[in-house]
Design a protein around this ligand. Structure first.
Ligand code: PEP
Ligand code: MN
Length: 266
């Protein structure tokens, strides 16, 4: 099969002793204390390989918490200093990229509402030309595999090789048990099209509630996905965004402990 992308495996840029790779942290960085305390509790579980937090939040409706902005980047970097864990946040434009590079963010991710827009993805790719930083690309909010692949290609053409995909489910008018329909076939088809691409799963945004996170995480591992990005917060019910789907660091540890990592025979 023709190689479509030049990629470096996630095991090279987020080396971990154990599979699956776990990225965790709050949906949003809210205050320095919330960020750093959550990070320390996550690090203390010994099960987390990188910290996440949203700094610029793409809210569906106005009037909700839209993130701490650049100030929040300092908290994220402080969390990194205190835990030794690499940190990742969402970027949606060139200004976000520049601020993250200046602050020392280790890994970037592109959110579902940005992957849909080739202008925005190209702007991010252009801002990252000549920069060697890992970028994770969430699926677009609509089930369009070509848009997902197109975003990865735009970054790859700009010279970025440390790329991974994040399967976070798809928006649907029909309401089922999930906030976003998993449509697992999309991730499977992406892996078929680009076998060398590592795919992580974001069970938090698929589920929309904390009760379904274990089930979705196990499904992702059974599909041989490389890891999980799970939202965690010191006080989930009081979170300023995505309160229903966040778990405490202690519960994150329980979820991870309950997962069965099966060896897929080829
Ligand atoms: C998030 O990770 O908090 C987020 C906004 O994700 P998504 O782009 O998947 O909606
Ligand atoms: Mn969220």
């Amino acid at each position: 099969m023709k190689k479509t992308l030049q990629l470096e495996s996630i095991s090279k840029w987020l080396p971990t002793a154990s599979k699956p790779i776990i990225i965790s942290g709050p949906c949003s960085a809210e205050t320095e204390d919330q960020m750093v305390t959550t990070a320390k509790q996550l690090a203390a579980t010994g099960k987390v390989h990188a910290l996440r937090a949203g700094i610029w939040k793409p809210r569906t409706r106005p009037g909700q918490y839209e993130g701490a902005g650049e100030e929040g980047l300092k908290w994220l970097v402080q969390a990194k200093k205190e835990t030794g864990l690499p940190v990742t946040t969402e970027v949606a434009n060139a200004a976000h990229v520049d601020a993250c590079l200046k602050a020392g963010v280790d890994i970037l991710w592109i959110g579902a509402r940005t992957t849909v827009n080739p202008f925005s993805v190209q702007e991010i790719a252009d801002a990252l030309k000549g920069v060697d930083i890992p970028v994770m690309v969430k699926n677009p909010i609509n089930p369009d595999l070509e848009l997902w692949i197109g975003a990865l290609e735009r970054l790859n053409k700009a010279g970025l090789t440390k790329l991974a995909a994040i399967h976070r489910g798809f928006s649907s008018f029909e309401k089922g048990p999930f906030r976003n329909a998993p449509m697992w076939d999309m991730g499977i088809e992406l892996k078929t099209r680009i076998p060398e691409l590592d795919i992580l799963c974001d069970p938090s945004h698929i589920a929309g509630n904390r009760e379904l996170i274990s089930f979705i995480s196990q499904k992702a591992l059974d599909l041989d996905m490389a890891g999980l990005m799970i939202e965690a917060h010191i006080n989930p019910d009081a979170a300023w965004s995505d309160a229903k789907q966040q778990v405490t660091p202690a519960n994150l540890a329980k979820i991870i402990d309950g997962l069965v990592v099966r060896t897929v025979s080829s």
